[in-house]
Design a protein around this ligand. Structure first.
Ligand code: SF4
Length: 390
């Protein structure tokens, strides 16, 4: 296939759904890791056309959702300083911390700016030598190269007034933590396609081997996701646990060598606290000693800030695949995109935001094909409410 609409072709999708139905002989629970994959699944109703044996659960691959509450509060403390220009991707500005969000801080007069690249923040630092310019460096392996490049450029240009608040996280340790959890339900993964364009596929092999789970690195279009599910189901049915690459048009086995070299130069692996999940050993990046002068956490002495999560939001259970957004009593009532209580409702990649954006907080107006109106009004994620076959 060559063109985008071919990856959204209904006939191709129905053919793959029929192949999944033929392949699945018993129940399997599969987690899609990325928030972008979750959005495609909910937007196109892919979970609704799967056979009753297959349940999709939504993983921790939304970078905004998993940025820890204490890191949001540290960002807030830095951004509130009068000498600071605080730069961030737009998604982070509405994430609620325990002291409100960055957008409210901006409304009260703090210099908080949305940038589209960390290099924009580097240029701001060059143009404003009397100000401290801080970039909120969040994200998975996907954003790490650009964030590393910003620090590398700042050092090369001798911009002592540029620093980064680093909250980089890594996918493989989170997948291993989910599989190690005593209440784990995940039996196979749709691996994170975009992350693997940078990091490659090889670091998933130890996870597949150790936990005996198939991992299929998968793209983001409907046909990609259905093909990924089919490949995982075939492996599960055959008792195999291999790493496969469905997204070969973008992902090479070794990833992007230049990007990996830059990351390796600027960052080193460290423990990280994940929002809703908690601390995961060796699951993030911090600046190497050679670049520590650009570390905002040290420069502004905010490491002392520690914050407890609210127990009302169940996003942690959602990010581990144990619950779905509509299991939360606040979903679509007290918690909406206009008034988000948790990070999975704020971010456009969050599972709660995806369910809300695509109408799953209310009953469908038109019954779904193959479902009775009564079933359409029920819990659409339950196997009994699903399409029964091709
Ligand atoms: S609906 Fe809101 S409160 Fe409930 S889990 Fe999602 S983000 Fe948290």
């Amino acid at each position: 296939m060559k063109y985008l609409d071919e990856y959204r072709d209904g006939a191709a999708a129905r053919k793959l759904a029929a192949a999944i139905a033929r392949a699945a002989t018993r129940p399997w629970t599969i987690m899609e890791v990325c928030g972008g994959q979750t959005h495609t699944i909910v937007k196109y109703g892919i979970d609704r056309i799967l056979p009753r044996e297959i349940e999709l659960v939504h993983g921790p691959g939304c970078p905004v959702c998993v940025t820890s509450l204490e890191m949001i509060d540290r960002a807030h403390a830095i951004a509130a300083r009068p000498d600071v220009v605080f730069c961030s991707y737009g998604d982070m500005l509405r994430v609620p911390g325990s002291r409100g969000d960055l957008l409210a801080l901006k409304a009260r007069g703090s210099d908080v700016r949305i940038v589209y690249s960390p290099l924009d923040a580097v240029n701001l630092a060059a143009a404003n030598p009397a100000k401290q310019v801080v970039f909120f460096a969040i994200g998975f392996e996907t954003t790490a190269p650009a964030n590393a490049m910003a620090v590398w450029q700042a050092r090369k240009r001798r911009l002592a007034n540029f620093s980064v608040l680093v909250s980089q996280v890594l996918v493989p340790p989170a997948m291993a933590a989910i599989l190690r959890s005593p209440d784990n339900r995940v039996q196979g993964f749709l691996g994170p396609g975009h992350v693997c364009t940078v990091a490659g596929c090889t670091e998933y092999e130890p996870i597949a081997n150790r936990f005996h789970v198939p991992i299929v690195v998968t793209g983001f279009e409907p046909v990609d996701l259905l093909e990924g599910v089919l490949r995982v189901v075939r492996q599960l049915e055959q008792g195999r646990a291999d790493v496969e690459n469905q997204y070969s048009r973008a992902v090479q086995t070794q990833g992007n060598a230049a990007a990996r070299a830059l990351i390796e130069d600027v960052f080193e692996v460290c423990d990280r606290n994940w929002r809703g999940i908690g601390p995961i050993p060796m699951s993030g990046y911090k600046l190497r000693a050679a670049y520590r002068d650009h570390d905002a956490e040290t420069r502004f002495d905010v490491s002392y800030i520690k914050t407890q999560e609210s127990s009302a939001c169940i996003s942690g259970a959602i990010l581990k695949g144990l619950k779905k957004p509509h299991h939360c009593p606040a979903f679509g009532t007290d918690c909406t995109p206009q008034n988000p209580l948790g990070a999975t409702m704020v971010s456009s990649e969050g599972a709660c935001a995806a369910y809300y954006a695509h109408g799953r907080h209310r009953a469908p107006i038109v019954p779904l094909e193959g479902l009775s109106p009564a079933a359409s009004n029920q819990d659409l994620s339950s196997p009994s409410a699903r399409w029964k076959g091709p």
